[in-house]
Design a protein around this ligand. Structure first.
Ligand SMILES: *Cc1c(COP(=O)(O)O)cnc(C)c1O
Ligand code: SF4
Length: 426
């Protein structure tokens, strides 16, 4: 059955319909190079699995001309083709929307290329830089924010350009954090990645190295002992990955993350808020609590950047706020990512959250909790304050009311009994 989550000890092959690799051995399947070589890139591969009308085929070809496709057999096997809104399908199989509303969107709204002192190196924040080392990914995400890079085919940055980046970084001693990104740095051969890490480690002011990779999600087979043994040598390395949906958290992905963590690299997740894929409180709850179970810490939830070819995935900001509102207080704080917008024009990331600070006076702030209870928090209780208005938020602000509690909150009664000072407001 396509879409079944494979078990690690399953005999091969664990699914039946995927025709192109029907005879694959389990050993090959677990070999990341086999997965890379056998990526699904053409419409003919898709046609073997899913019925496509002639009209759809034409559209498909038109999209592929603009934005290529490449899906690892592993990631492809997670798709449930019976579900037209399958989240893995929507992230990996091209759709007409990518070219349909030809979007006056920019290819590079974040001005990453304008802030490049050296090709491939973005220096936007004082103490950290972003270094793009390749544009190759195991699977190309339809919502990719660097889709502009796809028109160059697949490249690995040559060493003479990388050397310029190392030189720039070594001359700027305020830089303490290098983010190796792409494309996907883990698609490089291990020695090529080691070349980059070892050169960065020669620079004494570099404290940490981050690697941004989606390989744990789309090609977990890549996390080999050879790779993790190499990573261990260049500690501290922090890995940032990109799970967007609970269906991506498979036994393979869990094992890959475990190996990275055992090599001493903490993993953080940078999800993107995508319309029709993960834009609900329920899915985000499941995603982020499931990530904690595989010891991956939710770090960012990115508002989808308005990049040419991805506009159909963008939600409005209200949706992002609604999601954080639905998470904070309801699930472990560890499972709550920072919702951020990368502001166009290269202004950088801005965190957004629901408003919990309702009012502020000289002596106190008025806070709202996740259930809507409103309370006064005294900044300085020794300052006298005039008590003018006795009702509503203003009453809480000036201290005539200690707390405002919506009647709908189930635990209201218990709280009132527990806190005698609340009795006077009944
Ligand atoms: C996101 C980003 C960083 C890293 O930001 P953090 O908030 O430290 O994770 C650095 N440089 C650029 C250009 C970025 O877009
Ligand atoms: S893995 Fe990252 S860089 Fe690669 S296609 Fe997906 S979003 Fe873009």
């Amino acid at each position: 059955m396509a879409g079944a989550i494979p078990q690690l000890d399953d005999p091969l092959p664990y699914f039946s319909p995927p025709v192109p690799w029907q005879t694959v051995s389990w050993q090959e399947w677990n070999n990341w190079k086999w997965q890379m070589r056998n990526r699904i890139k053409s419409i003919n591969d898709i046609k073997k699995i899913s019925e496509i009308t002639e009209e759809d085929e034409e559209i498909f070809r038109a999209v592929l001309e603009k934005f290529h496709m490449s899906i690892t057999p592993y990631y492809f096997s997670l798709i449930n083709f019976n579900d037209p809104n399958d989240p893995i399908k929507l992230q990996s199989i091209p759709s007409y929307e990518e070219i349909s509303y030809e979007q006056d969107a920019s290819e590079d709204p974040l001005y990453e290329e304008i802030h490049m002192p050296v090709p491939g190196l973005t220096h936007r924040y004082p103490d950290r830089v972003l270094l793009v080392v390749t544009n190759i990914c195991a699977t190309y995400c339809r919502h990719c924010t660097r889709k502009r890079e796809w028109k160059y085919g697949e490249y690995i940055k040559p060493r003479n350009i990388l050397e310029k980046a190392f030189e720039y970084i070594s001359k700027h001693n305020k830089i303490r954090d290098v983010i190796i990104s792409g494309g996907d740095p883990f698609t490089l051969a291990t020695p090529s990645l080691e070349y980059i890490l070892s050169n960065l480690r020669k620079i004494s002011h570099i404290e940490i190295i981050r690697i941004g990779t989606r390989v744990p999600v789309t090609l977990p087979q890549r996390i080999t002992d050879e790779l993790t043994n190499m990573l261990e040598k260049y500690s501290p390395i922090w890995v940032n990955t990109h799970f967007n949906h609970p269906n991506e958290i498979t036994p393979e992905a869990a094992k890959a993350c475990d190996k990275i963590i055992k090599a001493g690299c903490p993993i953080n997740n940078q999800a993107v808020l995508l319309k029709g894929i993960n834009d609900s409180v329920e899915i985000q709850k499941k995603l982020n609590t499931s990530l904690l179970k595989i010891k991956v810490r939710p770090y960012y939830l990115f508002h989808c950047d308005a990049v040419k070819g991805t506009l159909h995935f963008c939600t409005n900001v209200r949706k992002g706020i609604e999601i954080i509102e639905g998470l904070r207080g309801h699930i472990s704080g560890l499972a709550i990512p920072n919702y951020v917008i990368d502001v166009p024009g290269g202004l950088g990331k801005v965190p957004l959250q629901p408003t919990y600070l309702i009012s502020m006076t000289e002596e106190a702030v008025v806070l709202r909790n996740y259930q809507g209870m409103i309370a006064r928090f005294e900044d300085n209780k020794h300052t006298a304050h005039p008590q003018i208005q006795r009702e509503g938020v203003a009453g809480v602000a000036n201290g005539s009311l200690p707390t405002l509690i919506p009647l709908a909150v189930k635990s209201t009664k218990k709280r009132i009994n527990n806190y005698s000072h609340l009795r006077k407001i009944r």
